[in-house]
Design a protein around this ligand. Structure first.
Ligand code: NIG
Ligand code: FE
Length: 416
């Protein structure tokens, strides 16, 4: 076996997405295509990128395990930078209520929604959460995802929030896909704190956050900043407390109503502001002038029958956009990358190049990893995908179909 040395040669395209930071606005179109390209990998890291001719003149091919990628495109692995993939139970009934016309928020106000999954998660146990989470991660990997961000937020109490995060930590250690954990204790107000959002935020800040930090279970802290859930003020209080403990802020911002979530994200220099279906013009302007990635989740808009985020305008304004699935049991029970790509192009008017950037280097930036993943650059982790087709342009064109043939994670190959 020559598993530590891998050469992919004669790829019709190597799409590098080269870079070490999020790409904003027009720069999202620079994806760096090398025709008849090759990539050499040593011990899980990329050591050469170039044309096949160039690379073959620099290495001894016989030392390598070789993949002939003739007629196929090689891209960086996808980074799904916003998911809630560890949870107990399902909410299929609520989905049929929504089909009948009930809104997501009205179901939440009746005690369903996130609190419904909270109950199922509290009743679940470590092993069941581990098992179902692991399987979901494998489904994502089949579609070319090599790094996944996962949020807590279905425990809404100390014990269950910690359990969710510990499950993610163990899955990260055992599954080839990397898991980056985010603490989302402020996802909803649990029944014990009904009509006492301020008290709940205090409980999170004083009791849960320090425990999460002490065990080093999450590098990021997120909050559902939304009318009827947590206000801008409450969100700010929590995220500042998280920052003081070394966690970087993220926000569920302006998802259902315009509430200044994007502006708060910029004020706090958050890593990302996510959803943004109802972001204001001012919010877009501020995001464009910031380091905060605008993470758009078109599968959620589709599933909720809500208008899509203004993706085209957001990029044209100069923002860095990432795309993610938002996989969760309520608003979006899907981790379909092919469908996400189709929606982003057809309804949000992103170009195929912008979609590739949004799912790779910008997704990496949205989880603070643009230095190590998200592009095919020398020195980065060898996380790549080989498509069945000769061009990245097939991604939105072959609608809803998974065309990932091989996922390469840390230099190891996994066939879909
Ligand atoms: O990103 N909006 C808040 N959180 C999730 C939904 C979670 C759920 O419904 O279980 C979201 O859409
Ligand atoms: Fe979410």
């Amino acid at each position: 076996m020559k598993a530590d040395k891998l050469l992919i040669r004669n790829a019709s395209q190597v799409v590098t997405c080269s870079g070490f930071a999020a790409k904003k606005g027009k720069a999202m179109s620079d994806i760096g295509v090398i025709e008849d390209g090759a990539v050499a990998v040593l011990n899980g890291r990329i050591i050469h990128v170039g044309t096949t001719r160039d690379i073959l003149s620099r290495i001894y091919e016989e030392e390598y395990t070789v993949i002939d990628a003739t007629g196929k495109a090689l891209l960086p692995g996808f980074v799904d930078s916003h998911t809630h993939f560890v949870f107990g139970g399902y909410r299929e009934e609520e989905f049929s209520w929504r089909l009948r016309g009930d809104s997501y928020m009205s179901i939440m106000e009746r005690g369903g929604g996130i609190v419904n999954t909270m109950k199922a998660t509290r009743e679940s146990n470590y092993d069941d959460l581990w098992e179902s989470g692991y399987v979901r991660l494998s489904d994502m990997m089949e579609m070319g995802v090599t790094t996944v961000e996962g949020k807590s937020g279905y425990g809404l109490d100390l014990e269950t929030e910690l359990m969710q995060l510990r499950v993610m930590k163990e899955i990260d250690e055992e599954h080839p896909v990397d898991v980056i954990a985010t603490f989302l204790g402020a996802h909803a107000i649990p029944p014990e704190y009904k009509d006492r959002a301020d008290d709940y935020i205090r409980y999170i800040i004083e009791t849960v956050l320090p425990a999460v930090a002490k065990e080093e279970l999450a590098g990021f802290c997120d909050v559902f900043c939304e009318k009827g859930v947590f206000s801008v003020k409450q969100s700010e209080r929590l995220l500042r407390a998280a920052q003081a403990l070394g966690m970087k802020p993220k926000l569920h911002a302006d998802e259902i109503v315009t509430s200044g979530g994007a502006e708060l994200a910029v004020k706090l220099n958050a890593v990302s502001a996510d959803h943004l279906l109802r972001v204001s013009d001012e919010g877009i302007r501020q995001l464009a002038g910031s380091n905060t990635v605008a993470t758009l989740l078109p599968l959620t808009a589709f599933s909720l029958c809500e208008p899509y985020a203004r993706g085209r305008e957001i990029i044209d304004a100069g923002c860095a956009v990432a795309l993610a699935t938002d996989l969760n049991p309520g608003s979006c029970f899907s981790c379909s990358i092919p469908m996400l790509i189709a929606l982003a192009c057809i309804y949000m008017k992103l170009t195929p190049e912008e979609v590739v950037t949004a799912l790779t280097i910008n997704g990496a930036a949205a989880v603070g990893r643009a230095n190590t993943i998200g592009s095919i650059d020398v020195g980065k982790q060898a996380d790549m995908i080989l498509l069945r087709y000769p061009s990245y342009k097939f991604l939105p064109y072959h609608i809803g179909m998974n065309m990932v043939e091989i996922t390469i994670k840390n230099g190891k190959t996994y066939h879909s």
